[in-house]
Ligand binder design. Structure first.
Ligand SMILES: [Zn+2]
Ligand SMILES: [Zn+2]
Length: 121
């Protein structure tokens, strides 16, 4: 009888430990996801071409301060910036096409990005 009770207590402790471990794992995962919430931009002003990143909170602050939501280049201060995505092969910033779509080909190394071209009209 007593041995059975000890077994139950051990089982309960193990279950609690597993639940705690899973909660920790969930929290860590959430933190990593937030770290990746950055949006890449590319400056298309003459003689600049700087690539930079903005985090979601920074973009929200920008949208509040400027009605058109333009993102200024941190290098030259130009508003001529466009959203970009990193190339899966050379990791250079590729300007997005259309509505923030990944281009089908990297303009730097010509790698196929695996994105299907939009159907011809
Ligand atoms: Zn610039
Ligand atoms: Zn590339």
């Amino acid at each position: 009888m007593t041995a059975k009770n000890i077994g139950l207590v051990l089982f309960a402790l193990a279950a609690l430990g597993a639940a705690g471990y899973m909660t920790m794992g969930y929290l860590n995962k959430k933190e990593v996801t937030e770290d990746f919430a950055t949006i890449s931009y590319l400056c298309i002003a003459d003689k600049c071409g700087a690539a930079f990143q903005k985090t979601a909170p920074e973009l929200l602050a920008l949208q509040r301060s400027s009605p058109d939501g333009a993102v200024p280049c941190p290098t030259c201060g130009s508003m001529k910036t466009i959203q970009s995505v990193p190339c899966p092969k050379c990791a250079k910033a590729m300007p997005t096409v259309g509505h923030a779509q990944t281009p089908p080909k990297c303009p730097h190394c010509g790698a196929d990005t695996g994105v299907r071209k939009p159907p011809a009209p």
